[in-house]
Write a protein that binds this ligand. Structure first.
Ligand code: ATP
Length: 285
């Protein structure tokens, strides 16, 4: 089995089951999205992959290897990198120094940053368009610039899997698109939590919809994100159309009560959502 697979994952924290029997598959090179309302468990799931949260049950498998039980944190950091939603503020480092920390899993205590490391770091700064700012204090950067630097730090880890937790929070629309296009162009396996369902449809090959810590639906974005599913999970009306340029699904939202408005007459909304049998999703009024 190759790629990343979360198998029957469960997380209990403070006696509360936050994630329950969750199975997610990310084939090599795929861009897979987790979507769901606030508190549905997306970040907790991602944290099990980059080892901030330990699963209570189930496994995180990378190319068949159990990441948590079979690899040291250092070994898994060579294979999995993460870009989280909030930039850490406490960095009293330059941009170059912040990016260089991404090489740590590949270095030993007695072998400092090598010429090869410097080349990798320079290439990553070039890739994210931040080479000209290498000497700047990280703390002085804008939110979007910080995200690009932190992406460069993730890239120098040379991961085979990149975890993104709301990576486009606080970014302008141009920077949102360019950051995700850059990630997509890398061709590595990506598991991302995204709140913006239009970004999710634009970039993800496959989506998993979370509700109350469980996957209730999964598949191609256009199959999963029906008006019915969005109404039931997010409590809003969604009008579906085809993006005029990309040809992908495009969603327009309104807070009109659902399901009192007709959705069946809208294009592409007549497919039933592949909701897992037995999953009960409260309809928010
Ligand atoms: N250590 C913990 N102890 C108790 N509850 C926790 C703990 N960590 C997370 N939770 C709860 O688990 C639920 C899922 O949190 P999580 O951050 O994974 O959700 P999310 O889908 O990423 O939310 P958001 O979209 O708001 O970022 C929330 O209700 C949260 O309060």
């Amino acid at each position: 089995m190759t790629g990343l697979r979360l198998e029957g994952l469960g997380v209990v924290a403070d006696g509360v089951q936050i994630v329950r029997d969750l199975t997610v598959g990310c084939p090599p090179g795929a861009f897979v999205g987790l979507v769901g309302p606030n508190g549905s468990g997306k970040s907790t799931v991602l944290k099990t992959v980059y080892r901030v949260v330990r699963p209570t049950s189930g496994a995180v498998l990378l190319d068949g290897t159990d990441l948590v039980r079979d690899l040291t944190p250092r070994q898994s950091a060579r294979r999995v990198a993460a870009l989280a939603q909030e930039s850490p503020d406490g960095f009293d480092f330059t941009v170059l120094e912040v990016v260089a920390t991404g090489r740590t899993p590949h270095q030993s205590a007695w072998s400092p940053t090598s010429t090869g490391d410097h080349e990798i770091i320079s290439a990553a700064l070039d890739t994210v368009g931040m080479a000209a700012h290498a000497g700047r204090a990280f703390a002085s950067l804008s939110g979007g610039e910080k995200q690009r630097v932190l992406l460069a730090r993730a890239l120098v880890q040379a991961p085979s899997v990149l975890i993104l937790d709301e990576p486009t929070n606080h970014l302008d629309i141009s920077t949102q698109l360019s950051l995700l296009e850059l990630v997509r162009s890398l061709g590595i396996t990506v598991l991302a939590a995204l709140h913006d369902l239009n970004l999710a449809t634009a970039f993800c090959d496959r989506l998993y919809v979370l509700h109350d810590g469980a996957v209730i639906c999964s598949g191609k974005p256009e199959d999963v994100l029906t008006a019915d599913l969005i109404g039931r999970v997010f409590g809003v009306r969604a009008d579906r159309s085809v993006h005029p340029v990309t040809g992908r699904l495009q969603l327009a939202f309104s807070s009109l009560p659902f399901p009192s408005l007709p959705s069946s007459s809208l294009p592409g909304t007549d497919e039933p959502a592949p909701v897992v049998a037995g999953a009960e999703i409260p309809i928010k009024q």
